[in-house]
Design a protein around this ligand. Structure first.
Ligand SMILES: [Zn+2]
Length: 476
């Protein structure tokens, strides 16, 4: 391609406070329409907003974890526009003095190297309501009005749809570790708008950009941007003009369509919000928030590789969700074989969670002690690895402890040596011909004898031990 791709992303994140940003209404998702409203979030004349300090705490955590410089002086601004889901005709946001700026997010790129994407700004604002379009009419639900949002704007440092996907994945990972949002795109708690333009390869001057909205998954962001690359390349190759506009992603047809020409900032007539006093954030506050930040995914990954000895791949999978990483750490405190734990967690454990429809390991009732108890039963020979797989699946499905399932089903493997020696002796007596065959050199005959012992014990004999005992008796 003759062009460089230039992408900037704006992420709107719903912060998981219990109440809204400027009133005490609940932010719970999914309740009946307009049940979580009051005069403040409905924008009645004469009401006064009161800033929710919880929003500031979560916003500061996010900004500091992204390496931003936090502004000491905080003020809000009015962004004026009319839309049916915004009854007071303006949104309270932050304009010229955002909460924080100049951050960084590192992503892994396709060639295996790491790339730094700069964060331009992070600011707080309120969300609007939601329109529900029915056949005959459009309805409006104001429950979401006044929900706290954090807007995170990247610099145009992203150079492919795949990099955009990785940026979003890395950002979500960090935000989930910080526990500031559940980042659920389907429930609208994470939304993304993408600005994309093309410019001749190596050129300094940016091309005209289009903004793509209405993308509801990270894969859709990648799809919409790939479509835009194609569309803009075709226009430019035919010496046509790219129009500066907002486009909507149509996930069914997999195309973007023109929605409206893009507004400029001056169209919104921003001015300082007169009903909220500006305030100062002290160094002490910033220091307190910074020192309370949890270990972030990248640091955790590096530690799992260096100190615990996991492979890069395993460390990546285990740390991709904080809950999984916490569970893993809970396990290895009780059990000194991290690689074994990692394999189980990534394989059968994850499969069993999926089977039960659980999204996260934290929703599963089995705690690390129960799980490790099961691994120790494999080690001491009381159950086989194969038994353990089915026990684990059932334990997760039924919400029971593995050791209870083992005893309830009488599944314990027979590893009692005298008992097995007895059984092996019987099997040899009953199958004199097979024993002779073995001794004449047909070593494969041992499998038949093992099978006989397994049959006598209904599959509960420890096959490894049976093999050992048999070999000794046959050779001896
Ligand atoms: Zn309210």
């Amino acid at each position: 391609m003759k062009y460089d791709i230039v992408i900037g992303l704006e992420v709107h994140l719903q912060l998981n406070t219990k109440t809204k940003i400027f009133c005490g209404c609940s932010t719970t998702f999914g309740n009946s329409p307009n049940s979580q409203t009051c005069p403040v979030c409905l924008g009645f004349p004469g009401v006064l907003p009161v800033f929710n300090k919880g929003v500031l705490d979560l916003s500061l955590r996010s900004a500091l974890a992204l390496g931003c410089t936090v502004s000491k002086f905080i003020k809000f601004d009015r962004k004026n526009y009319f839309y049916p889901d915004l009854p007071k005709n303006f949104q309270i946001s932050q304009y010229d003095l955002p909460l924080a700026k100049d951050g960084l997010l590192e992503i892994d790129v396709e060639d295996g190297s790491r790339k730094r994407i700069r964060i331009r700004r992070v600011h707080m604002e309120e969300d609007a309501g939601k329109l529900v379009h029915e056949k005959e009419a459009s309805l409006v639900d104001f429950n979401r009005c006044g929900t706290p949002l954090l807007e995170i704007v990247s610099e145009p440092d992203i150079n492919s749809p795949e990099e955009a996907y990785r940026y979003l994945t890395a950002l979500k990972e960090i935000l989930r570790y910080l526990e500031v949002s559940d980042c659920n795109m389907e429930e609208g708690s994470l939304r993304c708008d993408a600005n994309i333009s093309l410019k001749p390869k190596g050129s300094e001057e940016l091309g005209t950009k289009a903004e793509v909205k209405n993308v509801n998954s990270f894969k859709a962001v990648r799809g919409a941007l790939s479509y835009e690359v194609q569309r803009q390349e075709e226009l430019l190759s035919n010496s046509e003009r790219v129009v500066q506009e907002t486009r909507l992603w149509d996930p069914d047809k997999e195309v973007t369509v023109s929605m409206r020409s893009k507004e400029e900032a001056h169209d919104y007539r921003y001015f300082p919000e007169p009903d909220l006093v500006p305030f100062v954030i002290t160094d002490k506050t910033i220091q307190e928030v910074r020192s309370a930040l949890p270990e972030l995914p990248q640091a955790k990954r590096a530690r799992f590789i260096k100190e615990i000895g996991l492979s890069e791949y395993d460390a990546g999978v285990i740390t991709s969700e904080k809950e999984m990483a916490d569970y893993f750490e809970g396990c290895i405190k009780l059990y000194d074989k991290p690689k074994v734990v990692a394999n189980w967690l990534m394989g059968d454990f994850t499969a069993a969670l999926k089977e039960k429809g659980l999204e996260s390991i934290s929703q599963c009732e089995m705690d690390p002690a129960d799980f490790i108890g099961m691994l120790k039963m494999i080690d001491d020979g009381s159950i086989s690895g194969k038994m353990a797989k089915s026990i684990l699946a059932e334990a997760i499905q039924e919400g029971k402890a593995p050791k209870d399932l083992v005893s309830a089903k009488g599944l314990t493997q027979i590893s009692d040596k005298p008992q097995l020696e007895d059984l092996v002796g019987k099997a040899m007596e009953e199958n004199g011909e097979v024993v002779e065959e073995y001794r004449r050199g047909k070593k494969g005959a041992i499998a038949y004898l093992v099978g006989q012992v397994m049959q006598k014990t209904k599959g509960k004999a420890n096959p490894k031990l049976v093999n050992e005992i048999l070999r000794k008796k046959l050779e001896g």
